[in-house]
Ligand binder design. Structure first.
Ligand SMILES: [Fe+2]
Length: 248
């Protein structure tokens, strides 16, 4: 386990890039180097950044989190509800929120779930293995359990659940094959695996999740992450041996 008092890692991401932060302002839509894909039926991806703190193992760090929305003009889902609900509700607009899909239950990813659920009535989905983290924030359970292989329909696209433990025991990624994207939470970042130095994390487990599940995806798959910039499966795959050599 990391000794938080000695840690300079302010992010929840790759430990070698602790100062990397998005340049966008919190709560504002971001600019991407490449346009995000959309479906023939009008399903698009919206992106916000919210700011707040992440606390675990006695330490607290300032973090910026990505919030991703997937949907058309009528309905959408949101991946994670970090820090504050107001900008997320603004991005949802008058659309029906079908689900709040949690990539994992580190507190920075779920602090606004309660407000969002109260404001919209949308059910929250979490893998049951992350209740150990969820229960530190909320005294009522999530509404639904995620399981590997689950599929959820949003407009004319499918969201497929991959259970990818390692960063957290119930960490999940969400693949949208029609758009060629995966919402990776804190499992895979631009530059490597998510942090595994704190409680309930495992480096061998996250490596197994990435190699056996995420690296099954086509190289061109765009990886939309929980913090920082986006990447692709093909950009990350060649770095596997470097990650193994450095051990994080
Ligand atoms: Fe995390």
């Amino acid at each position: 386990m990391n000794d938080a008092s000695h840690s300079t890692d302010v992010s929840d991401g790759p430990t070698e890039e602790p100062t990397e932060q998005p340049t966008e302002q919190p709560g504002m839509p971001s600019a991407h180097s490449a346009p995000l894909p959309a479906s023939p039926g009008g399903v698009r991806i919206d992106h916000l950044i919210t700011s707040g703190t992440f606390s675990l193992d006695g330490g607290t760090w300032e973090v910026d989190n990505n919030v991703w929305l997937l949907g058309n003009d009528d309905e959408c889902v949101v991946f994670d509800a970090p820090h504050v609900s107001a900008p997320i509700l603004a991005a949802i607009g008058d659309r029906r929120l079908v689900a709040i899909l949690c990539t994992h239950a580190h507190d920075d990813h779920i602090t606004a779930v309660g407000e969002l659920r109260a404001a919209t009535g949308a059910p929250t989905y979490l893998h049951p293995a992350d209740r150990v983290l969820w229960d530190r924030v909320y005294d009522t359970p999530p509404d639904r359990e995620l399981a590997d292989g689950d599929e959820l329909r949003v407009g004319d696209v499918t969201v497929r659940v991959l259970h990818t433990p390692g960063h957290a025991p119930g960490a999940c990624c969400f693949v949208v094959p029609e758009l060629g994207v995966v919402f990776s939470g804190d499992t895979l970042f631009q530059g490597g695996p998510g942090a595994t130095g704190r409680s309930f994390s495992s480096f061998p487990t996250i490596i197994d999740s990435i190699t056996s599940r995420l690296f099954d995806l086509p190289d061109e798959t765009v990886v939309l992450t929980g913090h920082g910039g986006s990447t692709t499966i093909g950009a990350e795959r060649p770095a596997l041996q470097d990650w193994l050599d450095r051990g994080h």
